[in-house]
Design a protein around this ligand. Structure first.
Ligand code: AMP
Ligand code: MG
Length: 410
């Protein structure tokens, strides 16, 4: 049986990035840049005022001049027409281009004028403090210049990046394509969650959960319904699932007599990369790949049926695969792991490294995490409070309060 680390490496070395496509900026959040982005403008495009006030020569202020002749008013979006010379000034608004000759701006608060006053022929400027060339103005290209590198390839676009992309004219951008993802829960005992289960049945909780998680990565996730543990039905549904870039199954991957998923996958051309990982919960997890022709592949995950097992497999390995497909580079593709400290002693069960539902328990110290009461892989109730998974690497062991652990936030 392989280790978690080996499983991560197997996913990372198997899964490759999808081709690129062009999208509009409004659809860009969460996508990964396929190439670098450079600016087509200087920012700012001209020397500009960062205050409402008067554009002057700093030398005039230094020489003690206080009364200035006003040449014009320059608004943001307008262009100056006159050069500022000795003893003259132009009224200027925030964002407006600095006129020729001027090298600084005096705030309107230091004049004898109110904001709402019309522009007079002369103005008194009483400048206090240290006033030198460059005051209250920004130089052309002070932020960046046309041609400068703004984002490197493989940057994952966040909402805060959108303003900068808009500023540099990236209204259409090349990003890595998104995978199509299909979810197929399997099991004779499953009924849709809208139904009342009969005596031997349970509701399909994995299907909606796995689709919801996948929906955080891609806007549409294909619901393949529920497959029974009958070979024909399983085969047909798996065949349609294999048309996608990612097929996520749940159930049917362990050693029971009805656990047909691995052999049906094999019969449909899916090559096994791994089956079973030394992890708790979720040991029977399956990962394989099928060729769909024309260079396209389907990555197949068979997650164990118990809901928390499915969740752990999804959070660790499926998410890594999807991030890798969408262009995220090696190290960043794995789920985030934070250094954390146990708030109370904890005893793990079983003989495998364990991912245990947990939460941060102290806002003053976000490093403190608490292992929640949990009945094991079928117990979704404790997830109500969980904010992530606490990783306990040592098998069957007592962890003391204050022990250093890793926390994987959802
Ligand atoms: P399996 O991996 O098929 O052996 O299933 C392991 C356990 O998970 C069994 O108790 C199943 O009833 C349960 N299970 C399987 N699929 C689902 C599902 N979609 N939703 C909730 N529980 C499930
Ligand atoms: Mg089953």
């Amino acid at each position: 049986m392989i280790t978690v680390e080996e499983a991560f490496r197997a996913v990372e070395s198997t899964v490759t990035s999808l081709p690129q496509e062009t999208i509009g900026l409004d659809e860009a959040v969460g996508r990964t840049l396929a190439g670098e982005v450079r600016s087509d403008v200087d920012s700012p495009p001209h020397d500009k005022s960062v205050m409402d006030g008067f554009a002057v020569r700093a030398a005039d202020i230094a020489a003690g001049i206080t009364e200035f002749r006003v040449l014009e008013t320059i608004i943001a979006g307008g262009l100056p027409t006159s050069e500022v010379t000795e003893g003259t000034t132009s009224r200027i608004m925030t964002g407006a281009p600095l006129p020729e000759g001027a090298d600084a701006v005096v705030m309107i608060e230091m004049s004898n004028l109110e904001y709402s006053d019309p522009t007079p022929e002369t103005v008194i400027l009483n400048v206090d403090g240290n006033f030198t060339a460059g005051k209250h103005q920004m130089q052309r290209a002070g932020n960046f210049a046309s041609g400068d590198l703004i984002f490197e390839a493989n940057h994952r676009i966040r909402p805060v990046d959108i303003g900068l992309l808009a500023e540099v004219g990236a209204s259409e951008i090349m990003v890595v394509a998104q995978p199509s993802i299909a979810v197929l829960p399997t099991g004779d005992e499953l009924v849709d969650c809208s139904r009342t289960p009969a005596a031997s049945q349970i509701r399909n909780s994995n299907g909606p959960m796995l689709r919801a998680i996948a929906n955080q990565w891609v806007p549409e996730v294909k619901d393949l319904g529920i497959a029974t543990d009958q070979r024909q039905d399983l085969e047909a549904k798996i065949r349609s699932g294999l048309k996608h870039d990612v097929l996520i199954l749940s159930g049917g991957v362990s050693a029971g007599t009805m656990d047909l998923v691995p052999e049906v996958l094999a019969s449909q051309g899916v090559k096994t990369i791994f089956h079973k990982v030394k992890v708790k919960p979720g040991k029977p997890i399956f990962f394989g790949v099928a060729d769909r022709g024309e260079g396209q592949r389907c990555y197949v995950f068979g997650l164990p049926g118990n809901p928390v097992s499915s969740l752990v497999g999804m959070h660790l390995f499926v998410s890594t695969a999807v991030r890798k497909m969408t262009g995220v580079l090696q190290d960043a593709a794995r789920p985030v792991r934070l250094g954390a400290i146990l708030s109370a002693a904890h005893q793990t069960r079983g003989n495998r490294p364990t991912y245990w539902p947990g939460r941060r328990c102290n806002h003053a110290d976000p490093r403190l995490v608490e292992a929640l009461p949990w009945n094991g892989s079928s117990d979704l109730l404790s997830l109500r409070q969980a904010e992530g998974l606490i990783y306990f690497p040592v098998r069957e062991s007592a962890y003391e309060s204050g022990a250093e652990v890793e926390f994987l936030p959802f």
